[in-house]
Design a protein around this ligand. Structure first.
Ligand SMILES: N/C(=N\O)NCCC[NH3+]
Ligand SMILES: [Mn+2]
Ligand SMILES: [Mn+2]
Ligand SMILES: [Mn+2]
Length: 301
């Protein structure tokens, strides 16, 4: 079994400095060695070089910020992830902000058209060009993948390859009014922290899988935004929101997805090593690496 680490030092989907350093810190923390130790053949051909791309003149399109940069980078990511997935490798994409998921999920669905997406996040990331307030594209990738909102020529490469019934969220607790409307209109299943508290994480993961993968027949793309975790667990991230998943709950999600035997791609996003003191950064990076290991089969016994 081969895991391909796709290091994506990219921050263009959001305004905070530092999230591009996330992949570098995770690899420096020994992630490649840890996965090798787990028995994986690990391919890592160095972090992708994106920041050089930002020489382009890139005025906003409507509210959208850095649109051409984000489009160029995410298209490159789609090719990288799709290339690995089409070779039967498991792409492990390290962010970098969550706009990258426009690329990762496009890549996965190219190789596995019937894949379902399990999106772990405090946020729905489903704003359209019309509904976004900030214009930060890391709050929008899901709308592009579903083909929602008015088409934007600069994003012509993104095809509406994701169906609402193949998407499920766990961890939501900071969803704005426009996104709530979009979730309802498109009948998208979402387990917020309310459901996690009500049913427990075990039942929530089972219900999420029953919704998007009832016969456990579809490959799974797990897209994990570390801000799904409580800020006490993963403090060094750009948009922390109180009342998040415990470490165990986040870890359980990864273990349970691995146990299905259906995981074909993983994203670990939004680690920003410049937003907290050294110990908190170290903790956030270590938590990220632990989640990747759990999703790739590390067990406690
Ligand atoms: N971390 C974020 N998404 O996952 N921030 C953008 C969304 C804020 N509405
Ligand atoms: Mn690569
Ligand atoms: Mn996100
Ligand atoms: Mn988030």
């Amino acid at each position: 079994l081969t895991a391909a680490i796709v290091g994506c030092p990219f921050s263009g989907g959001q305004p905070r400095v530092g999230v591009d350093q996330g992949p570098i810190h995770m690899v420096e923390a020994g992630l490649v060695e840890q996965l090798t130790e787990l028995g994986w053949k690990v391919k890592f051909d160095g972090h992708h070089q994106f920041e050089e791309v930002n020489g382009i003149t890139d005025p906003p399109i409507g509210k959208l910020k850095n649109p051409r940069l984000v489009s160029t980078v995410t298209e490159a990511v789609a090719k990288a992830v799709g290339g690995h997935a089409n070779k039967g490798e498991l792409p492990v994409t390290l962010g970098g902000d969550h706009s990258l998921a426009m690329g990762t999920i496009s890549g996965t669905l190219d190789a596995h058209p019937d894949a379902c997406v399990i999106w772990i996040d405090a946020h729905a990331d489903i704003n359209t060009a019309e509904s976004t307030d900030s214009g930060n594209i890391h709050g929008m990738p899901v709308s592009f993948l579903l083909g929602l909102g008015s088409p934007i020529p600069e994003f012509g490469w993104v095809k509406p390859i994701l169906k609402p019934e193949r998407l499920v969220y766990i961890g939501l607790r900071d969803v704005d009014a426009g996104e709530k409307r979009i979730l309802k209109e498109n009948k998208i299943k979402a387990f917020s922290m309310h459901e996690v508290d009500k049913y427990g994480i075990g039942k929530v993961v089972e219900m999420a899988l029953d919704h998007v993968n009832p016969k456990r027949a579809f490959p799974i793309h797990l897209s994990f935004d570390v801000d799904a975790l409580d800020p006490s667990v993963a403090p060094s991230t750009g948009t922390p929101v109180r009342g998040g998943l415990t470490f165990r709950e986040g870890h359980y999600i990864c273990e349970a997805i691995w146990e299905t035997g259906l995981l074909v791609a993983l994203d670990l996003m939004e680690v920003n090593p410049s937003l907290a003191d050294a110990a908190s950064v170290k903790q956030t990076v270590a938590v990220g690496c632990s989640l990747v290991r759990a999703a790739l089969g590390e067990t406690l016994l």
